[in-house]
Design a protein around this ligand. Structure first.
Ligand code: MN
Ligand code: MN
Length: 391
């Protein structure tokens, strides 16, 4: 390279470097979509990675007859956007007071009864009792506890809007108090240091005691209810939609205003029925099979296609924007719990995409006669039964 050439090269390189700095700065500082635009190494391979994890077959954390089993990026590397937990609590036990620094918590009760307390900013606190089919949502950072209500165990599924979040890395009250110097505690609460002598020194996680009272007791501060409730009775509502082949219950922030980062769906599919091909433009999808056996397909561009069979207690994960479907391949009704990490439900269905285009466009795209497309549905199929879409 001659000197003038070198100089030109250096000037051009400096220009590119400063351009790169200029464009990168605002994206890193303030644009949340920036992260979505960087290729995810887990999804950049020649083949799609596994998107299934046998959650209920995993060991988890067990204390007495209570357990928590989790699916995070450690167990299921593809699931960067959402983590989930299956938790069972025995009568008299509670998942102790704690908060999550890095995730909001959404839950669906499968069995038994649960009581929760939750505190938010400004001292607003709520106590709620939950039955099967009910849902709660705790915004990121809000302190809460989960308690088995009554003399039968309870079982529920927790969904977190961050796949890196671990249920075993929460900020628990005993962990904090147990590691705080007693003079600090004494000053905070206006009690002698000796009052804290017998407090637990390490995180309790599942605390065990008497059965809770049938009705919630008044908090020390009296009732100071928040403007938005943390409870939603999902299965007590009529389904959001019903089809020949299945029903769907859906709750997002349009019905449950506090749930600003997670949408929940319960999908019942008859044997042979299919939640048809679709994608979510705004969210990742986390699946938990409550009942039955389903076949989940995933399309990831570049000819990449993968199908997993999910049995009862298994978890599946579909990244934002990836095409997918869910088919009941078992003998009885399948029930799938679905969590999406967005406060508003959005999907685009392949059948509706086709229906949203004229026959000549479809004819040219597929190299088929236009008449063929007159036989396609002119609407969103959403769920098809064993033999196909209803009319
Ligand atoms: Mn929690
Ligand atoms: Mn979906």
């Amino acid at each position: 390279m001659s000197d003038p050439q070198r100089r030109e090269f250096l000037v051009a390189a400096a220009g590119i470097a400063s351009l790169a700095t200029m464009s990168a700065q605002p994206a890193v500082a303030g644009d949340p979509s920036f992260m979505n635009n960087v290729p995810d190494p887990a999804l950049s391979g020649k083949d799609l990675p596994a998107f299934k994890f046998a959650l209920e077959k995993s060991e988890g954390k067990v204390i007495g007859s209570s357990y928590g089993k989790e699916a995070t990026v450690t167990q299921l590397p593809i699931s960067k956007g959402i983590a989930g937990v299956s938790m069972r609590i025995e009568p008299g036990a509670m998942r102790e007071l704690h908060w999550h620094a890095t995730a909001a918590e959404w839950a669906f009760v499968i069995e038994g009864r649960v009581r929760t307390t939750v505190i938010g900013p400004s001292g607003f606190a709520e106590t709620n009792d939950f039955d099967p089919g009910d849902v709660w949502y705790f915004p990121r950072g809000h302190g809460h506890m989960l308690q088995c209500l009554g003399d039968k165990p309870c079982h529920f599924i927790l969904i977190f809007d961050n796949g890196y979040f671990s249920e075993f890395g929460t900020f628990s009250i005993t962990d904090w108090v147990g590691h705080t110097p007693r003079p600090l505690l004494a000053k905070t609460f206006g009690l002698p240091e000796a009052a804290f002598e017998a407090f637990p020194k390490e995180e309790v996680y599942f605390a065990r005691g008497k059965l809770p009272p049938a009705e919630p007791s008044v908090p020390l501060q009296g009732w100071k209810l928040p403007p938005e409730t943390h409870k939603y009775r999902l299965l007590a509502q009529p389904p959001y939609s019903t089809y020949q082949g299945g029903s769907e219950w859906r709750v997002d922030s349009s019905r449950f205003p506090i749930a600003k980062t997670i949408t929940g769906v319960v999908l019942d599919l008859d044997p042979g029925a299919l939640r048809t091909l679709h994608w979510h433009p705004n969210a990742d999808e986390w699946q938990y099979v409550v009942e039955g056996t389903v076949s989940v397909s995933m399309f990831g561009s570049h000819g990449r296609y993968r199908i997993e069979q999910l049995d009862r207690g298994d978890v599946g994960y579909i990244p934002q924007g990836y095409g997918h479907s869910i088919e009941n391949v078992g003998e009885k009704t399948a029930r799938i719990l679905i969590g999406l990490n967005a406060g508003i439900y959005e999907s685009i269905d392949l059948s509706q995409w086709i229906a949203g285009n004229p026959a000549d466009v479809l004819a040219t795209n597929f190299g088929q006669p236009p008449e063929l497309f007159a036989r396609f549905p002119n609407h969103d199929v959403f769920v098809a039964d064993r033999i196909g879409p209803g009319k």
